[in-house]
Design a protein around this ligand. Structure first.
Ligand code: BGC
Length: 275
């Protein structure tokens, strides 16, 4: 029987333990709920707004899943280590990391402060490094458990279309996402022999609090839609479905890739008529 045949289509992540950072809103929330529905026990990480994290835990449990909320600032080494210790003490191990926590602090280049630069790089890039390192330490300690998954562990980095599309006015954010691309690929190359898969999802414009200004008013929405050939703004569930696939053995031969889930934003729609 191949590994694909072994996957329960209703619960492809049965018996697995997942940790999703920044899971109390937006794309992280969507991923946590979908991983829970796919059978994984889920750690809902948050930094602020514990009541939102508990709401997500409640949604997962209401759907018959298992979840706990753990607070940690992903840019703080000690807090990340404490979070993984608690996650492992609660669920026994971690099989899946969704490195999702991220933020924007936008400014015209000449006005961008060092604090804005360091905060965005600290959470978006260093935070992914710190969480991935703890996850990999646990994957290597445990090794492959064939009844659970063909991989010792799976890491899904939440990148962005801005790992390839330059973004004026957001250079700290774009630099963090470009950095995530090489973090992800270099880890994937180094860790594939240990059966650890590392991939990214590159979301386009997804309706979440991070980009509310871009879709909230009819004028902003019309302008945003000129960048999306598919003609709609994405929903967290669009990303969550990709995360479940990348976390499951259905994608066992996929590593070191960015899966853009962007309604065609990376197709440079201006060239459909111009150029
Ligand atoms: C950003 C959003 C933006 C989208 C498309 C995302 O990575 O966080 O603010 O709408 O990219 O530009």
């Amino acid at each position: 029987m191949s590994s694909i045949d072994r996957i329960d289509p209703a619960k492809p992540l049965k018996n697995q333990k997942a940790l999703v950072t920044g899971a109390n809103s937006g794309i992280g929330e969507g991923c946590a709920i979908a991983l829970g529905a796919a059978g994984a026990a889920v750690v809902v990480n948050y930094r602020s707004n514990p009541e939102e994290a508990e709401r997500v835990v409640g949604l997962i449990k209401d759907a018959g899943g298992e979840a706990i909320a753990i607070r940690a600032d992903v840019s703080d080494e000690g807090e990340v280590q404490a979070m993984f210790s608690k996650a492992i003490a609660t669920f026994g191990t971690v099989d899946i990391l969704v490195n999702n926590a991220g933020l924007q602090q936008d400014a015209p280049f000449q006005e961008m402060t060092l604090k804005q630069w360091n905060t965005v790089i600290g959470v978006n890039l260093t935070g992914q490094f710190l969480c991935a390192r703890e996850a990999v330490r646990e994957f290597l300690r445990r090794g492959v458990v064939p009844e659970v998954s063909r991989a010792a562990g799976k890491i899904i980095c939440m990148s962005s279309v801005h790992e390839v599309i330059p973004w004026g006015g957001h250079v700290n954010y774009a630099a963090s996402k470009g950095g995530i691309m090489q973090l992800m690929k270099s880890m994937a190359q180094e860790l594939a022999p240990q059966k650890i898969r590392v991939n990214s999802i590159g979301p386009g414009a997804i309706k979440t609090p991070i980009n509310r200004a871009a879709w909230e008013t009819p004028e902003a929405l019309a302008s945003l839609l000129t960048l999306i050939p598919d003609g709609r703004v994405g929903e967290p569930e669009d990303i969550a479905r990709a995360a479940v696939w990348l976390a499951s053995d259905a994608s066992d031969y996929v590593t070191g890739q960015t899966l853009f889930v962007d309604g065609g934003m990376t197709l440079y729609p201006g060239f459909a008529t111009g150029g």
